[in-house]
Design a protein around this ligand. Structure first.
Ligand SMILES: *Cc1c(COP(=O)(O)O)cnc(C)c1O
Length: 348
């Protein structure tokens, strides 16, 4: 860093996204993207909106907020639209007092945001079976951040457990990051009317095949949304561009395509989990669009490197406690068959 950097940012360690190499073509199973393109109506809506890019986007994101509110059974005032759900999380970590607690193995961005904004934080160890230690969250007195389903494990924490944290910490927030909820979890959005300390974040990146669009949203009480909206408008009132707004609105109207896409991904996940198990892997039961798996006698890093050499990218985390595992995004059936045949070569 240069001598010009703010002392606040000394020692900043940014989030490291999964690699996007250009050296050759890979079967890309490392960043949990949807393997299928968005539906044609979404592509067409984005193309049409492109003709109006000379004009600023709607700073209130009104149409999309209305559509989302209808879709989720809430009011538009319960919804805030963001430039990917990473931006949603950024606003949340920036806005609220009291520090944060999240699991020691979870989405890496939580820690990055806490450090960036100087918020105190605590990492609660997952239990040996990788489930969330709910008691640690109940006892911490900090705002709880829980990816549900969690990444990189794929495990889902049932809503009654989320409710027990909400009940125990009425003076603190519970933030549920539902990036993967469409692939098998149950949404906490139904609890928003009951709890004024609940925040739910969602993304169009995974289940709606729009990772390249950067679109996410927050659901919470009207008062919490107003707080977050004040933050948003103090940073970038045009945080979501026209094309993203149009694509998002169109996406919500493609329910049949969406359901079929989810069914396919879930089917491919099931197939892959069974085949991996047959190959001697331990596979954590996943409610997301990825599998977390390990095999005795092979380190996670060895698995990652030998797959990469054979043209298949998966994600490996060099972190004590999960270093034996790799996280495998669910791709097309063809992708999964390539992965499995490469693994057969590796483990003979
Ligand atoms: C992918 C992901 C996000 C971020 O999604 P974007 O909307 O693409 O910014 C947030 N949380 C978790 C747990 C994720 O895996």
């Amino acid at each position: 860093m240069t001598r010009f950097i703010s002392p606040r940012l000394e020692g900043l360690s940014p989030y490291v996204p999964g690699e996007q190499p250009r050296d050759r073509s890979y079967v890309k199973l490392n960043t949990n993207e949807n393997p299928f393109p968005p539906p044609p109506a979404v592509v067409e809506a984005a193309r049409r909106e492109g003709e109006r890019l000379n004009l600023y986007s709607d700073p209130d994101c009104l149409y999309l907020r209305e559509s989302l509110a209808r879709y989720e059974g809430l009011e538009p005032e319960n919804v805030l639209v963001t430039n990917g759900s990473d931006e949603a999380l950024s606003f949340i970590f920036f806005a609220f007092k009291g520090g944060f607690i999240f699991p020691n193995h979870t989405y890496g961005f939580y820690k990055v945001f806490a450090e960036l904004y100087g918020a105190p934080y605590e990492e609660a160890p997952l239990k040996p079976d990788f489930t969330v230690d709910v008691d640690a969250f109940i006892e911490s007195g900090k705002n709880a951040v829980i990816a549900n389903p969690n990444a990189p494990t794929g495990l889902f924490l049932p809503l009654p457990e989320i409710e027990s944290i909400l009940d125990a910490n009425a003076e603190r927030l519970v933030i549920v990051d539902e990036a993967y909820v469409d692939f098998g979890g149950e949404s906490a959005a139904s609890l928003i009317k009951k709890y004024d300390n609940l925040i739910v974040t969602r993304t169009f990146s995974k289940s709606r095949s729009l990772a390249g669009m950067r679109l996410g949203y927050i659901m919470a009480s009207k008062e919490l949304i107003a707080d977050l909206n004040a933050v948003r408008c103090s940073i970038n009132p045009y945080n979501v561009d026209r094309v993203a707004l149009a694509a998002g609105t169109a996406s919500l109207e493609c329910e049949e395509y969406f359901r079929k896409n989810l069914e396919t991904v879930i089917g491919n996940r099931q197939y892959t989990a069974e085949r991996l198990t047959a190959l001697g892997f331990t596979v954590i039961p996943s409610c997301a669009n990825f599998l977390f798996a390990k095999r005795d006698g092979l380190s996670g890093e060895e698995l990652y490197l030998s797959l990469k050499k054979r043209g298949v990218l998966v994600r490996h985390f060099k972190k004590s406690g999960i270093e034996d595992y790799v996280r495998i995004s669910i791709g097309t059936m063809e992708d999964m068959d390539i992965l499995l045949s490469r693994l057969e070569e590796i483990i003979v």
